[in-house]
Design a protein around this ligand. Structure first.
Ligand code: SF4
Length: 754
């Protein structure tokens, strides 16, 4: 699958020297996380020490991975950069758009038909620009990356929040928005606030029913969904060495649920075994050669409290299997306490569906352990009481577990094998009867269990556990069943107990696959045509945004003065709009429809100053655009918090909003606005927000001498003829001011390559 061995050799050649320089700059031993981060600084940032949680630092990632939903806008933007090929190895994975309904084959056929134009676009754009393309059915991005591309000591960004899965193989892997992916593919550095570090020391050894999933379910219970924010979680200790590489991947994957930037394990024998088992013995050998650099310094692990910002210790010998939920992944219950919690909280004890697999838990080890229970059900004459589905993470895993008889075992138990795709995990589940919104329980080996995520039903109580526990509870059909202690009645009326699950980390006959679903890009893509239909309502090629006209912005109409929380969801809603992610014009019809108008407290209703009538925000803005009049959006504190989706910055830019003036910005959104050539300004005096009136026309002055740290003047012209002159601050540096002048960061890249 064309992992780039030369690129990995270059990274490994750089690592020892960079780490030595970092140790000198920092002045003390280094954690693994610091080693990899410092090894990936851009040349300009090398040889300096950075303050955790404070410094913004430029990195040079080694790879980019994109899933099909987010890749669309990332690649449409990349096409604007004027490059003939991506600057770093990159891949696209078609996994999110496949709906699970009846089973793998039919569902996949239907998805290929329904999403044809999106797949054709992604395949052609990948082919043209040197991007590896994983077809629908090939598997889920994170599992495919772990099997093919993750490598110890590397750094990757991915346009999906569970990108950290690759931390199981010792890679710093971070989920980002499409604009960041576009930058890195275009050859720009990638900026990140130097993270804080949480150390998790694992002692003891797991056995029996406990699995790697239980480590992260326990950690989620300790840290909660916010506890990892702004931090990288580094796992270490003797206990870590007993965990398989894929088990470590599960733990890192679900680190997203505690808000962590990413999570990581050091390189060890298990990493080497997995690399060799997946056809990458040469990488295992290279990594072994620099093994000391692919783990934290011994002094760090001897006295972790001196080197991490927070330490957690977990004894794996004492760790019980956990079930987390409902509705949040941090509500952690050891299995011995779960039945009582179900009864006390009156959660539906009857289990309707058990779902295993997903990017989180579909390794050979996971499937083989779950299958050992399914086999017991058959042997012990137990009939599974719940529906049961299996989502393999990749075609390679699916083919191998089918060859080794596990899928047949699940089918004997009544299980349904779904396509190698996200399916129910992302709400792509046509669950029959969900529309009735009945109270019910499901349990999955996925990672997220927020209300409505799997089937759209707010009354579905979703719990998360290991594939083993999911399988046992699906056999019992009862959430209060504890497989460690309880018995079940079989078809003969006898009481039987399930034995501990057993499995293999790696297939004894090796992995096999007939068609992994990979499509290599053309060597020379210059003649390849990118396929986008002019009549498509899901895809639209982008035009460059116009450059700044070189004069102050005068007479901007106030589009909306937003009150209170205005997240990227308020600015560019998700849900049904996701369909238009690749079509800027169409998705712009959701611009700011969730923002609250400060003058009326209504959403999606603002005054059109040209007519005096109230109308929807996008329609009103389109009227200004049609009249050739610029506009301005005013906002409150922390404007643009939430996801990093670039649409929230592109939509106002596309529709002709010229500036966003707020009390404060969420930083990622502020940067996204700058990248798109917008003016992102803050009130020098936050109470000036109160001076903004509904019929204001606003001038922004001082742009011809726009300079870092120099405030701009903003004049508010009120309807009664009075005016106020106020100051607006900004955080543009020299380079970002050039983005503004060029019309966007991409325009500047393109101009530089011309
Ligand atoms: S399986 Fe679920 S968590 Fe994994 S990438 Fe797909 S949607 Fe995201």
């Amino acid at each position: 699958m064309a992992f780039d061995i030369e690129m990995i050799k270059a990274v490994y050649a750089r690592i020892p020297e960079r780490i030595a320089a970092a140790r000198k700059a920092v002045g003390k031993p280094l954690t693994l996380t610091e080693k990899i981060l410092y090894a990936h600084l851009t040349e300009g940032a090398a040889n300096q020490a950075f303050q955790r949680g404070v410094s913004y630092v430029d990195f040079q990632p080694d790879r980019v991975a994109m899933q099909d939903a987010t890749a669309q806008m990332a690649l449409l933007q990349f096409m604007q950069a004027g490059r003939s090929k991506v600057a770093v190895p990159s891949t696209v994975h078609c996994d999110h758009l496949i709906q699970a309904e009846v089973g793998a084959d039919k569902d996949l056929r239907k998805a290929k038909d329904k999403n044809k134009e999106v797949y054709d676009f992604l395949a052609s754009v990948s082919n043209k620009y040197g991007i590896g393309f994983w077809k629908p059915g090939a598997g889920i991005i994170h599992q495919v990356v772990l099997e093919n591309y993750a490598f110890p000591g590397g750094m990757m960004i991915g346009t999906d929040s569970h990108t950290p899965n690759a931390g199981g193989l010792g890679m710093i892997a971070i989920g980002v928005g499409g604009a960041d992916a576009c930058d890195v593919m275009s050859g720009l550095p990638w900026e990140l606030k130097f993270p804080k570090l949480i150390g998790v020391k694992l002692t003891g050894k797991m056995s029996g029913w406990t699995s790697a999933k239980d480590v992260i379910l326990k950690v989620a219970g300790i840290l909660t969904v916010k506890g990892g924010t702004g931090a990288i979680v580094e796992y270490f200790g003797e206990g870590a060495r007993f965990l398989s590489a894929t088990g470590k991947g599960t733990i890192c994957n679900m680190g997203a649920e505690i808000g962590a930037t990413t999570s990581i394990f050091g390189f060890d024998e298990k990493s080497a075994a997995y690399l060799s088992g997946t056809g990458r013995a040469d990488i295992a050998q290279l990594a072994t050669g620099i093994a000391d650099h692919l783990t934290g310094d011994p002094e760090v692990y001897a006295n972790p409290e001196n080197y991490f910002d927070q330490i957690i210790e977990i004894n794996l010998s004492e760790l019980e299997p956990h079930v987390n939920g409902p509705f949040t992944p941090d509500l952690a219950w050891p299995i011995s306490k779960f039945a009582a919690a179900v009864k006390e909280n009156a959660w539906p004890a009857k289990l309707d569906v058990g779902l295993i697999g997903s990017c989180t838990n579909s390794s050979y080890e996971d499937i083989s352990r779950a299958a050992s229970l399914a086999q017991q059900a058959v042997d012990k004459k137990l009939v599974a009481k719940s529906e049961y589905t299996i989502t393999p993470g990749s075609e390679q895993v699916r083919y191998t577990v089918a060859r080794d008889g596990f899928l047949a075992t699940f089918e004997k138990m009544g299980g349904v094998v779904l396509a190698n795709a996200c399916g129910p995990c992302i709400g792509q589940w046509a669950r029959h009867g969900a529309e009735k919104q009945e109270k019910n329980s499901i349990i999955t080996s996925f990672n997220r269990n927020f209300a409505k995520r799997a089937d759209g039903n707010p009354n579905t109580h979703a719990f998360v556990a290991s594939p083993e526990i999911v399988t046992a509870l699906a056999i019992a059909g009862d959430l209060t069943f504890n497989p460690l202690t309880d018995t079940l009645t079989n078809l003969d009326g006898n009481q039987v107990k399930l034995d501990e699950p057993k499995g293999l980390e790696l297939p004894s006959k090796g992995f096999a696959v007939e068609d992994a679903g990979y499509q290599a890009p053309a060597e020379d893509g210059s003649k390849v045509q990118v396929l986008v239909s002019l009549t498509s309502d899901r895809l639209q090629l982008l035009d460059s945004f116009p450059a700044w006209e070189g004069v102050d912005l005068k007479g901007l109409k106030l589009l909306i003065k937003a009150k209170g929380k205005c997240t990227t969801d308020h600015i560019s809603m998700a849900g049904p709009w996701l369909k238009y992610r690749g079509h800027l014009d169409n998705i712009s019809n959701n611009m700011l429809i969730g923002a609250v108008n400060a003058f009326t407290d209504a959403t999606n209703s603002v005054k059109n100053q040209l007519t005096g009538a109230y109308g929807e925000v996008p329609a009103t803005q389109r009227a200004y655009k049609a009249a050739g009049i610029g506009s301005i959006v005013v906002g409150d504190e922390n404007y643009g918090e939430g996801s990093s989706r670039e649409h929230a910055a592109m939509e106002p830019r596309f529709l002709g909003v010229r500036a966003i003036l707020v009390k404060s910005f969420a930083r990622i959104h502020e940067t996204n606005l700058k990248k798109q050539g917008m003016l992102a300004l803050t009130f020098a005096n936050p109470t000036d927000y109160d001076l903004i009136q509904e019929n204001d026309s606003i001038d922004i002055l001082g742009l011809s001498s726009f300079a870092p740290s120099k405030p701009l003047q903003v004049v508010l012209h009120h309807q009664d003829g009075s005016s106020h002159s106020i100051l607006a601050n900004h955080t543009y540096n020299e380079g970002q001011i050039e983005w503004f002048k060029a019309g966007s960061a991409l325009n500047l890249i393109k101009a530089a390559r011309a």
